[in-house]
Design a binder for this molecule. Structure first.
Ligand code: MRU
Length: 363
């Protein structure tokens, strides 16, 4: 994506061997690039959410392995790096997927070849993510185009999205937002309702920032507004991302996604999920019982951070002293509430049969 005329991915290797990332904890106030040089820095970047979003977490972990092997390219170094990175965040399955792919590629190699092979494999994971998302964009744009064809002339298609599943959550393009960007490029008139996505506000801070830079018409709304908008005919379709989707089509995504799916179901509004294949967990069927849900620091709920009128970044408390808080980061939307899964190989039903129809090699 282009920011002020410069093309960026969210992660890239530098000439000096470091790995550059955009520090997403500073957006939308500062665009700041950080260099990662060690395993610990890579693990911290994922844990503290300098990088976040399932596909980007996977790519960052792959580059983290490459950084780790520079210090210790033996079997113990490789296994230790994978264990450290796997422990950073529990829900997005792309993390496990990327680490298993790195391990399978690197373990059989002699130690002397591992660093170069790790760098090449991490770069391949990043490049593949871009192509997967580009394909998701094409398939999803066709859905948006079909809806646009049924609207009155000049009326935009209203898309509602939750959290940030745009290019910042991936290496480029995004998953849920890839169809939006593709449709926008095709000249389809659209407008995006952006859920603020408390507690960390990835919608208000990141999705809005992305869409604004790309010139896509959008409006940030409080998380609780979506149902009201749907009841009044102001949402044509929902598209969200996912951190892990089971083999039977249950969709785990940012907390609050389930409530949007319920409201969409009640109002007969299509609810789609942008799903790159590395986000499918083929080993599990029951999302409610089998997906580990991350619980994060309660201060993300009890505090709010923002920029003051005179440019200072400030954090303020919004709960009374002594009130307990809890902070579940994800929820599971049962497959029955999902209209379709937009994958790189096309759109399918959120069922085992639907997914296997597109990915028969997983049968
Ligand atoms: O906690 P985050 O910001 O990592 O959560 C991100 C999401 O929930 C996204 O919707 C999901 O990873 C899909 S990203 C293409």
């Amino acid at each position: 994506m282009r920011i002020d005329g410069t093309a960026y991915r969210t992660i890239w290797p530098e000439e000096d061997g470091s790995i550059a990332i955009i520090d997403q904890t500073r957006l939308p106030h500062d665009f700041s690039v950080v260099r990662l040089t060690t395993l610990d820095e890579a693990a911290h970047a994922i844990r503290a959410m300098l990088v976040r979003g399932a596909p980007l977490i996977g790519a960052a972990a792959a580059y983290g392995v490459a950084l780790a092997l520079r210090t210790d390219s033996g079997d113990a170094g490789l296994e230790g790096a994978c264990a450290t990175l796997l422990a950073t965040r529990p829900t997005a399955v792309n993390l496990r997927w990327a680490l298993e792919r790195m391990r399978a590629r690197l373990l059989p190699l002699p130690e002397s070849q591992r660093v170069a092979a790790a760098e090449a494999e991490a770069a391949a994971i990043a490049d593949e993510d871009v192509e997967i998302n580009r394909a998701i964009g094409g398939h999803g744009a066709a859905l948006i185009r079909a809806i646009a064809g049924r609207k009155a002339p000049g009326e935009p298609v209203n898309v509602l999205t939750h959290c940030n599943a745009g290019w910042l959550a991936t290496v480029d393009w995004g998953t849920a937002l890839a169809p939006v960007y593709a449709a926008f490029e095709q000249g389809i008139r659209l407008h995006v309702w952006v859920d603020e996505t408390r507690p960390r506000n990835q919608g208000a801070s990141l999705t809005a920032w992305e869409l604004r830079h790309h010139g896509v018409p959008h409006t940030v709304i409080a998380d609780n507004a979506g149902g009201h908008l749907m009841q009044h005919g102001k949402v044509d379709l929902c598209i969200v991302g996912t951190d892990r989707t089971t083999a039977s089509g249950d969709v785990c995504n940012k907390i609050g996604t389930y409530l949007k799916a319920l409201a969409a179901h009640d109002n007969g509004i299509p609810f789609y999920v942008g799903l790159p294949s590395p986000t499918i967990d083929w080993r599990i069927e029951d999302g409610l019982r089998q997906i580990p849900i991350e619980e994060r620091d309660g201060r993300e709920v009890s505090e709010l951070t923002g920029r003051t009128a005179d440019g200072r970044i400030e954090t303020v408390r919004v709960t009374p002293d002594g009130s307990p808080v809890s902070n579940y980061a994800f929820d599971v939307t049962p497959a029955r509430l999902v209209t379709g899964l937009i994958t790189e190989r096309g759109v399918c039903a959120a069922t085992r049969e639907g997914l296997l129809g597109l990915f028969p090699e997983q049968a």
